[in-house]
Design a protein around this ligand. Structure first.
Ligand code: SF4
Length: 234
């Protein structure tokens, strides 16, 4: 079996926990947690392999240019992140985090990806050191982001990238594709279980998940809880 197929199969399989717990909310959270654990172990495995150019990855705490893009998230992960924030798992208080999310949402709701990037606004989960306050349970979409050229990342966000930067191989494909495969398998598994095919914008989705009573139960039951948090069309 090719590596891509293996990762997809493993990520698809985390949904067993949801089925075993008869579609209960804690089964949904357990499936997301299992996918996060798989993502972490994939990242560790890639680090320990002798993969060409892995030592050239420029990403480090304090560099957050990639956190200025629109972030997509699935409903299961948005619901799980919101539940963890309510439990106090983020590195900010829930009240402060909600204020940051609300302030950013006012400026970004309804923007497509290009307009969101042009706004040059950092993610509401960035702290004053440009570190992610939910790093341990950040969205799958953030997990494959990497670069071997931080200057190019800065230039893309500022809109000053040269043709040479745009044409360069600034992304390391190995970690990116591994995490993309995991996302694909996780998404397929949710569809296998008859769940809604919702692709959401992170800021809006977390606010909806925090503010909607019984959001997880209602979403599992098929309600369109996140209708105002979808990624706007380009
Ligand atoms: S959730 Fe964290 S890693 Fe993802 S964009 Fe926001 S700050 Fe960056």
């Amino acid at each position: 079996m090719a590596l891509t197929d293996t990762i997809i199969a493993l990520a698809r399989g985390v949904w067993r926990k949801f089925a075993e717990r008869e579609r209960a909310v804690d089964g949904l959270y357990a499936s997301v947690d299992a996918a996060v654990a798989l993502s972490d172990s994939l990242a560790r495995e890639i680090q320990t392999r002798n993969i060409l150019d892995m030592n050239r990855i420029a990403c480090a705490t304090g560099c957050a240019w990639c956190c200025h893009y629109q972030v997509g998230v699935t409903a299961p992960q948005a619901l799980t992140i919101a539940a963890k924030l309510k439990e106090g798992a983020g590195s900010r208080s829930l009240e402060e985090q909600k204020q940051k999310l609300t302030a950013l949402d006012k400026r970004t709701r309804g923007l497509n990806a290009a307009k969101r990037l042009k706004a040059r606004l950092g993610c509401a989960f960035l702290d004053e050191r440009n570190a992610c306050t939910i790093y341990a349970f950040r969205p799958f979409g953030c997990r494959g982001a990497n670069s071997i050229d931080a200057q190019a990342c800065e230039a893309f966000v500022k809109g000053t990238a040269t043709k040479a930067q745009r044409d360069s191989n600034w992304l390391h494909k190995v970690p990116f594709e591994a995490q993309r495969d995991l996302q694909d398998g996780f998404h397929m598994g949710s569809l296998d279980n008859g769940l809604r095919d919702d692709r959401l914008e992170l800021t809006a989705a977390i606010l909806v998940a925090l503010d909607t009573p019984d959001a997880a139960q209602r979403w599992i039951a098929g309600e369109d809880v996140f209708k105002n948090a979808r990624i706007p069309p380009d």
